[in-house]
Write a protein that binds this ligand. Structure first.
Ligand SMILES: O=C(O)CCC(=O)C(=O)O
Length: 306
């Protein structure tokens, strides 16, 4: 199995991935790790997002930037947001995609506490989302994974985003109801070796998988971005989803202490989604005030009357 070599961000369009060494320095990576460690412990006790459910086989969690994880540590949220929207990260994504994009989501990948598993090979199922962008080959957005401890847990097949599955890949990824999709024999696969603070950018359309070994510490921060044209298409077709539904960005103190460049990056995300979060909140308030009025009246609930 080859170890992936470095590629400039713009090489992602040809090669499916790129590596940026030292995107963050060691001290920043260590501070991010401490924050993520705390959020992981809290998530295990009191998850704010059920995708995936907490359990021994869980290997990722979504929405590290949910403020409930940082209620007693506001400085951690500011640090996390400043890193997630850091200018060098945004610049790398811009060079890789060469089209307009928005923040989508932050996640943490970690080793499971239960049984070890090799991940399953896949291209992300993004449906028709890549049909409405400037460069369909790079899909609907991309993932940026930043190692917070040394990691070579991500594997991918370079340039596989530019074509359909070869017969050998089909045998592994699709055939027989995907029964072989954890095979360790994927032709041409590379394992991306990262030191703390290094980042790999990869397109969702390449064949890829993670490794989830209980005895192999993994703490990898993942920042997902969506192309703006995809975000527009998704809102028109499907409305908010579990990724884009992040209304906490409207809290008045949410950006306290966040670096200006990161604020500007998230500002575009907020400008885009805020009208939809407001609309949803207005609906919730309408129904909750109805419930309060009904409870106060003592009358039988007319909505459920026989
Ligand atoms: O890094 C990993 O564990 C896998 C990530 C993955 O499959 C994805 O982002 O779709």
């Amino acid at each position: 199995m080859t170890i992936a070599s470095d590629l400039e961000p713009s090489a992602l369009r040809e090669n499916s991935y790129a590596v940026v060494r030292g995107l963050f320095d060691a001290a920043t990576a260590e501070r991010l790790r401490e924050i993520c460690e705390r959020v992981l412990a809290q998530w295990r006790q009191n998850p704010r997002c059920d995708n995936p459910p907490v359990g021994p086989q869980a290997n990722y969690l979504r929405h590290l930037n949910d403020p409930e994880y940082h209620r007693d540590h506001p400085e951690d949220l500011a640090f996390l947001l400043s890193a997630t929207g850091a200018p060098q990260l945004v610049a790398a994504v811009r060079a890789a995609l060469d089209e307009d994009f928005l923040f989508a989501m932050s996640s943490l990948y970690f080793n499971p506490s239960g049984a070890s598993e090799d991940g399953f090979w896949h291209k992300d199922k993004i449906g028709d989302q890549a049909e409405h962008v400037q460069i369909p080959a790079t899909g609907a957005g991309l993932q940026v994974q930043i190692a917070l401890v040394p990691s070579d847990d991500l594997e991918l097949v370079p340039a596989s985003h530019l074509r359909d599955y070869t017969p050998a890949e089909y045998e592994i990824c699709i055939a027989d109801d995907e029964r072989n999709n954890r095979s360790n024999e994927m032709p041409g696969a590379v394992r991306v070796a990262l030191a703390p603070g290094d980042a790999v950018l990869f397109t969702q359309l390449c064949i890829h998988r993670g490794r989830y070994h209980a005895d192999k510490l993994r703490r990898t921060l993942m920042v997902s971005v969506t192309k703006r044209l995809t975000a527009e298409h998704n809102m028109r077709q499907r409305g908010l989803n579990y990724g884009s539904d992040q209304p906490w960005f409207l809290l008045p103190d949410y950006f306290d202490g966040v670096e200006p460049e990161a604020r500007a990056f998230f500002g575009e995300f907020v400008d885009f989604y805020a009208p939809h979060w407001r609309q949803k909140l207005t609906e919730v308030l309408k129904y909750s005030s109805l419930l309060r009025a009904l409870a106060g009246s003592g009358a039988p609930n007319p909505f459920f009357a026989e």
